[in-house]
Write a protein that binds this ligand. Structure first.
Ligand SMILES: [Zn+2]
Length: 478
């Protein structure tokens, strides 16, 4: 069974608050802590219902009950401030200030930007922002590519012409690269992706270099979101200062970007703004993890049943892996009464208040369901989520061994993952090997698994022991 995240890791992921007042920050921390504590307690209770590798004991239930009470009391106490806390984590308003010289140029060109923007049906501030990036808002330079306008080799004769081309390019690339529709009042996320798509968006999307060749670390750089691009986000807030270009994608440039990002300029011209910069709607999140994050096993044996609603949004906004997959971890769900649907629903159900989920489920009848792309950082095994991909077998293999069909599918899936992520049989672990409190998926299952993967004389190890003749444990985090 999967495990909840430790509190500290959740804290790290959310990043710091950009508010400067110490009192505000402290209040937020207290509120965040209380919220997590409450969520944690409720989540833990949820785990008791499905039992499994949590190793539930009577003592455990008492401890959890006490935590639940404390959690709910603290939660209730702070409830009035929760909304404010959420808003504090939102990074919608930029703290950047446009210098006066640039502002003067923008004002000088403003009527040209406005006319071109009106024609295309997009905000004029977007044209100003790309003109800043490409030509420092110099009226003699093109917002498309920074070329001197009207020179023999230039693509465009006048700023009017180039501004109109720029507006169309923004619209067309946003649509063709990220399926985003620009209009007169787009949300920040759409604007961010339009800027990312403007010059080299497909390279960020596909992990390609400037010549269209795959980056050596393509799996890592594929689907890079716009907030990682200096072109879009530099100088936006405390978390986006002195951003560097991606060495592969951006043609070997790894220098620190000295200019403000396009979204930074855009938001500054808009007067900061109230929206969250990278808050996606539920629908967008669902679409993106299904279509934009392409790390799905596309094979007739695998049914794609992506998580939906708030779960999709949470996964989308917080859970992209930063490193390669390095181990495959086998689990069972814990109860002989579990069904694929009940477990999928549990992982997908916000009411369960659990963050836990895995990408793969293998049913008793051999059906395989992939519920999230593999480059999603799962919440499945404490301490290893960044590098591990987990598979949940439906049932309790110690009480009732997997069916032949289930075992066959499980082995097939493990082999697919090993091949896809360039791993070895010794990179396959049982959950109980990595956490001594767990017993899933059981010794018999793992021995059979390794046997089918061709490991001779396989043996169960405890964490960091020799792992079937190779040192895959040396890559595990401390
Ligand atoms: Zn487990």
């Amino acid at each position: 069974m999967v495990e909840e995240e430790p509190l500290e890791q959740e804290g790290e992921e959310q990043g710091g608050s950009s508010r400067s007042a110490a009192g505000e920050a402290a209040k937020e921390l207290a509120t965040k802590g209380a919220k997590k504590l409450a969520k944690k307690a409720v989540a833990s209770l949820g785990w008791q219902f499905i039992g499994g590798c949590l190793g539930s004991t009577f003592v455990g239930i008492i401890v959890i009950a006490i935590f639940l009470v404390i959690g709910l009391v603290v939660y209730g106490y702070f409830t009035g401030e929760l909304e404010e806390s959420e808003a504090g984590e939102c990074k919608g308003a930029t703290s950047a200030v446009i210098d006066q010289a640039t502002m003067d140029k923008i004002n000088q060109n403003k009527s040209t930007y406005e006319a071109a923007a009106k024609k295309a049906g997009i905000p004029w501030e977007m044209i100003a922002a790309v003109h800043y990036r490409e030509g420092s808002c110099n009226p003699k330079k093109s917002p498309v590519n920074g070329e001197e306008l009207g020179t023999p080799n230039s693509d465009y004769g006048t700023l009017k012409e180039a501004a109109e081309a720029s507006a169309n390019l923004l619209k067309n690339r946003a649509k063709s690269v990220y399926n985003k529709n620009l209009n007169e009042s787009p949300d920040d996320d759409t604007v961010g992706y339009a800027f990312l798509a403007y010059k080299r968006g497909y390279m960020y999307r596909d992990g390609l270099d400037k010549n269209g060749k795959p980056c050596p670390n393509q799996a890592q750089v594929k689907n890079t979101p716009y907030d990682k691009s200096p072109y879009v986000m530099n100088g936006f807030d405390d978390q986006h200062q002195n951003m560097k270009w991606n060495g592969c994608i951006d043609g070997g440039m790894t220098h620190v970007d000295k200019k403000l990002g396009a979204l930074t300029i855009y938001k500054a011209l808009k007067g900061g703004g109230e929206q969250c910069a990278y808050t996606t709607t539920t629908g967008e999140a669902e679409w993106e993890i299904k279509n934009g994050w392409e790390d799905w096993i596309k094979h007739p044996k695998v049914e794609q049943r992506p998580y939906t609603g708030d779960t999709a949004k949470r996964i989308h906004d917080k859970s992209r892996r930063k490193t390669n997959i390095q181990i495959v971890v086998c689990h069972y769900t814990g109860s002989t009464k579990d069904t694929l649907d009940s477990i999928w629903n549990f992982f997908n159900n916000e009411n369960s208040n659990s963050n836990a989920f895995t990408a793969f489920l293998v049913d008793r009848d051999g059906k395989i369901v992939q519920a999230a792309p593999a480059n999603v950082r799962e919440v499945g095994i404490r301490g290893y989520n960044e590098i591990a991909i987990s598979i949940e077998g439906i049932g309790n293999f110690e009480a009732k061994p997997p069916t032949a069909a289930q075992m066959d599918s499980y082995v097939w899936l493990v082999k697919e993952l090993l091949a896809k992520y360039n791993l070895k049989p010794c990179d396959v672990w049982g959950h109980m090997e990595l956490n001594s409190n767990k017993s899933d998926p059981g010794d018999d299952f793992m021995i059979e698994m390794w046997k089918r993967l061709g490991v001779q004389g396989a043996s169960i190890s405890n964490h960091r022991g020799d792992h079937n003749g190779c040192n895959s444990y040396s890559r595990l985090p401390p």
